[in-house]
Design a protein around this ligand. Structure first.
Ligand SMILES: Cc1cc2nc3c(=O)[nH]c(=O)nc-3n(C[C@H](O)[C@H](O)[C@H](O)COP(=O)(O)O)c2cc1C
Length: 351
């Protein structure tokens, strides 16, 4: 098993293997961070620092709303108080320095916001504090019906261009899948300067509590079912973009990780599985990948990466459409079979 080379490159960083943590509290404690490295985790993304935190500290306002102005009281009450975030902006930088000093693996800072405004300048401080890269998460649910897809996409591209213009470290962009023409969005973001894409943001959707007639935030850990959408887009984008591709969402087992690599991921980010099983799960991920590669007679990861992508497929849209028709067809014949079985439940057995 020693002759198997799992090394990979992500955002120009050399990693010992493709498995790393995604943005989460897993990077919040130095003990955990050391355990992650010891278990084989190849890089760490710290939890996000939010635009709202930065702008509140810099100007006392959130999205230009002054807390002292009573007309914004309701909207501002939706946001957490500054002290309820795990780390304030300056503490974030200090924590980053400590994490960098505690481990040798790359440490990636995460910025999370929605506008192309001055908060983005904080990225430089994250770079100066020692981050090897920045992951930008533009988590937004666009509810304004006057806003067009074109405006949203243009704004996103602008933010990436502004952020990457003077920054010395690479930037990856964590995206939502909810774009009509995702392939174009991905390409434009790469053109704007992104060194990598992280697929996909997992939308944490509030649920409704019917007993208390209230909306409540619901955070459930993911499972493998969420991986399929990511596999599809990794397979489509691999070979069509030059930037790095990371998967996040639904990698629950070693086999899921292998699937993501076959589809085209350079790296596999994991959060839910590590929260469930602990840092040592990285050792299992790495060992199972080596074992599988050996059984398939692969020696290096680049022989695996993207080998089941659509990069050589002549008409990927036709391929996807055909897969859809086949799947639906199989499903209806399964339903027919079920109906047939229940209609004949009481029949006498044929001799
Ligand atoms: C407790 C928790 C905290 C998270 N915090 C962040 C965050 O600060 N920034 C971010 O971009 N994603 C955050 N995420 C999302 C994860 O980075 C990841 O994209 C998502 O959990 C899907 O990966 P998984 O299926 O391996 O859990 C968080 C997820 C969890 C479960």
């Amino acid at each position: 098993m020693t002759s198997i080379d799992l090394s990979t490159s992500y955002l120009g960083l050399e990693l010992a293997n493709p498995f790393m943590t995604g943005a989460s509290p897993l990077g919040d404690h130095l003990d955990t961070v050391r355990q992650l490295e010891d278990a084989g985790c190849a890089a760490i993304v710290l939890h996000s620092l939010f635009e709202e935190q930065i702008s509140q500290e810099q100007s006392g306002r959130i999205h230009h709303m002054d807390p002292l102005d009573r007309k914004f009281a309701t909207v501002l009450s939706y946001f957490p108080e500054p002290k309820s975030y795990a780390l304030g902006p300056d503490e974030y930088l200090e924590h980053l320095r400590l994490v960098k000093a505690a481990v040798k693996i790359p440490v990636i800072g995460s910025l999370n916001g929605t506008t192309a405004e001055s908060w983005l300048a904080f990225a430089k401080l994250i770079g100066q504090a020692g981050a090897d890269a920045i992951e930008l998460n533009m988590y937004e649910v666009v509810t304004d019906s006057d806003q067009t897809a074109l405006t949203v996409e243009h704004e996103l591209k602008q933010i990436v261009a502004d952020l990457t213009r003077d920054l010395k470290i690479p930037v990856s962009v964590k995206l939502s899948p909810f774009f009509t023409a995702f392939g174009n969005v991905a390409r434009e973001i790469e053109r704007a300067g992104a060194g990598g894409l992280v697929l996909f943001n997992r939308f944490l959707q509030p649920d409704i509590d019917i007993r208390h007639m209230a909306v409540w935030p619901r955070l459930e850990l993911s499972d493998s079912a969420e991986l399929l959408l990511r596999l599809r887009w990794l397979a489509i984008l691999r070979g069509r973009l030059r930037c790095s591709l990371a998967v996040t969402g639904g990698v629950a087992t070693p086999n899921d990780g292998i699937k993501a690599l076959l589809a085209g991921a350079d790296v596999v980010q994991m959060v839910s599985a590590i929260l469930r099983h602990g840092p040592s799960y990285f050792t299992l991920m790495r060992d199972e990948l080596s074992r599988w590669m050996e059984s398939m007679e692969f020696r290096r990861l680049d022989q695996v990466r993207g080998s089941l992508s659509l990069s050589k497929t002549e008409a990927p849209s036709a391929f996807e459409r055909a897969q859809y028709i086949r799947t639906v067809g199989q499903w209806s014949s399964w339903l027919g079979y079920q109906a047939h079985m229940s209609a004949h439940e009481d029949d006498e057995p044929q001799s």
